[in-house]
Design a protein around this ligand. Sequence first.
Ligand code: PLP
Length: 431
Amino acid sequence: MTKKEPPSPAMRGLSTRAVHAGTAPDPATGARITPVYQTASYVFEDTEHAARLFNLDEFGQIYSRITNPTVAALEGKMAALDGGAGATACASGHAAQFVSLLPLMNEGDEIVASRHLYGGTITQMSQSFARFGWRVSFVDARDAGAVAGAITERTRAVFTESLSNPGGIVIDIEKLAKAALDAKVPLIVDNTLATPALLRPFEWGADIAVYSTTKFIGGHGNAIGGVIVDSGRFDWDDRYPALTKPSAAYHGTVFTEKFGKLGYTVWCHAVGLRDFGPAMAPMNAFLTLTGCETLCLRMERASRNAAGLASWLQSRDDVAWVSHPSLPSSPSVELARKYLPRGTGAVFTFGLKGGFEAGKRLVESCRLFSHLANVGDTRSLIIHPASTTHRQLSAEDRAAAGAGDDVIRISAGIEDIEDLIADLDQALSSR
Ligand SMILES: Cc1ncc(COP(=O)(O)O)c(C=O)c1O
């Protein structure tokens, strides 16, 4: 394991943390940029040293499935950005979601999850988690009462996105955190679309944050990855035996006793990554670290571009509706004022008059926007979900998932807004 140092007092601001946290000059060579430690394994000093590492009596490197110095630098940066006790990087955002739940869930346990999640997460939870005997109740997380009402004796986590993909619904995290705390279960927030640059979930009472770093954290569309950040604040009790009961695999170690606030994070590495294997590759950590340095600048610019595009689209006759929390017409506008004062995010949807065929023609007519299935790039991205990501669903199910025939999703990049508007204008006019 690698011990994560808290950010120095000189790193108060988020932009400073995005640049500096986790990435001191390389202790071995003085290299200013964190090197890509492209190694599978690490030489022990002697057998005693090896024994201490394997017994978790000393933090250090054993094997890159469990820890790696380049990956640890990213973990340190993310923990500092969110103000958490520790972080665990994973191979993808989906892997991070899976590993975040592993220490909490046993067969027959339940998750109360927001209905407004990225479609892939709904499938992950409803189809694949079900095969472990993990049960998921999906509720409207805009209603904290509904969340509280869905929690049972077997609930082990409440899961929501802070800013939902793609609908841009802002969730009242403070209320959800209270509902979860009252039931003594942790609130896990997928903060992928907001990122710590716009919203820090622990400031509102969340216990764990998860990210697809593939999106805005890396920010350049060049590396798949995910991160779990633990606040270190949740009071784990015996409903969470993986964390609070002796572990047979580690000679009776009780993770919360031995590691205190780092117990959850150490478990995610020492058991979650060790036994299930979805570790982040060092090269992906390097690319993500580099991208993350400009996180605050990019989020500010991309949010401003999204707000500008949303407002421009709303004024057009060929557009039926636009959904972005920056718009006064958005049902999320009040919550956006509370939770997203630094920017309302880069992803939004709009409805095109003309339906399915009009949607296909629009994405094919764009020259600057890239037609692809991702969000959170420096480049502006566009997709027509009904003909791509959601095409296997019936028209009815597509509409329920917010991917009706008329829906277009945009992820605004950091280009000049005039060029983005000109591209959409020509694409809409040439249909
Ligand atoms: C909000 C959100 N969470 C999680 C994921 C999954 O991330 P990854 O594709 O890195 O596994 C995505 C992917 O689009 C997402 O949008």
